[in-house]
Design a protein around this ligand. Structure first.
Ligand code: ZN
Length: 159
């Protein structure tokens, strides 16, 4: 056992389940998989998640609800843009399609003759999120992890 608590520059491994509080629908969970590992205090996680877990010990369970401001933020019209159809190359965009770009994933929200309207807002922008989290392990981060700004190993980056 360790007497470490969740704080900056430690690697925390957690099991978590995320639900939408309005209807209880689960949007993500680590259950049945390896715990998620992250480097605390390096913006790997949404801001409210780390804040709510600070000071937790191994084996501790916490449940909290985050407003959009502490999660993925509010959707903005500035993130909805029109792109020329030819930019899609081989892909034929259709409404509702999720695609990947250099600056992150986006959703096709409208297809016109020459242009395609796309939404770069995070799919969970504007949502209030509830998390149930259990701390499975805590350890000091390696120098390499601190340099990279993320956790390595199972549940973290593997490279
Ligand atoms: Zn790395």
């Amino acid at each position: 056992m360790t007497d470490l608590v969740v704080e900056k520059d430690l690697v925390a491994s957690v099991h978590y389940t995320g639900t939408f509080p309005e209807d209880g629908e689960e949007f993500d969970s680590s259950k049945g998989s390896v715990p998620l590992s992250f480097l605390v205090g390096h913006k790997q996680m949404i801001p409210g998640f780390e804040r709510e877990m600070m000071g937790a010990t191994v084996g501790e369970k916490r449940t909290f609800t985050l407003p959009p401001e502490d999660a993925y933020g509010q959707p903005s019209d500035e993130n909805v843009v029109e792109l020329a159809k030819e930019q899609f190359g081989e892909i034929t965009p259709t409404e509702g399609m999720m695609l990947m770009s250099d600056v992150g994933p986006f959703k096709v929200v409208g297809v016109n003759k020459e242009t395609v309207k796309v939404d770069f807002n995070h799919p969970m922008a504007g949502r209030t999120l509830k998390f149930e989290v259990e701390v499975m392990d805590l350890r000091k981060a390696s120098t390499e992890e601190l340099l990279h700004g993320h956790a390595h190993g199972p549940g973290g980056y593997q490279h």
